[in-house]
Design a protein around this ligand. Structure first.
Ligand code: IDP
Ligand code: MG
Length: 160
């Protein structure tokens, strides 16, 4: 019994150590095709840096159909999947990696709810998004996805 508890404790400590290697100060964003089309790149980047995020990687790029299908694979059973892939591939995007303490959560707060109609006043989606489908910006939803999405768009030497 005593020995069992010691092992449980050791395992918990080991798991905590593994988990703590994941960094919590980075997130990944895309200024989506509607933002680029409407000329909002500068204004949105100003909101982002003004909120304390440092840009550590950035480029203008366009997703192929296969890129978008892979990037949004988690949504591939959803009714809006086809519309989402078409939207995200129709023109260039700005992809960027952002650095700030508590990056993922703070950036989700800065961009606001998925549906701009529900987004808080002053958020990027409230200010620049047209609809649930065309909602101006992407923000990673976890530290793990921030890492996966950053690596999807950038080589290691492009992240500073
Ligand atoms: P998020 O971008 O706020 O994390 P998700 O639920 O992960 O929202 O959805 C990914 C993207 O799919 C959204 O940003 C939006 O562009 C699109 N999307 C989500 N729900 C709908 C919908 O009901 N209709 C059309 N497009 C949608
Ligand atoms: Mg999401």
């Amino acid at each position: 019994m005593g020995l069992h508890l010691i092992f449980v404790n050791l395992n918990t400590t080991f798991a905590a150590k593994l988990t703590s290697t994941m960094r919590t100060d980075r997130t990944f964003t895309m200024l989506k095709p509607d933002s680029v089309e409407k000329g909002y790149i500068g204004a949105i980047l100003e909101k982002i840096t003004g909120a304390g995020f440092k840009i550590v990687a950035m480029k203008l790029t366009q997703m192929t159909q296969s890129d978008a299908e892979t990037f949004y694979a988690v949504h591939n059973e959803r009714p809006f999947f086809g519309e989402l892939v078409e939207y995200m591939t129709r023109g260039p995007i700005v992809a960027a990696v952002l650095e700030k303490e508590n990056a993922v959560q703070d950036f989700r707060t800065l961009i606001g709810a998925t549906n701009p109609a529900d987004a808080a006043e002053g958020t990027i989606r409230k200010m620049y998004a047209a609809s649930m489908g065309e909602n101006a910006v992407h923000g990673s939803d976890s530290d793990e996805n921030a890492e996966i999405e950053s690596q999807f768009h950038f080589a290691g030497r492009e992240i500073f």
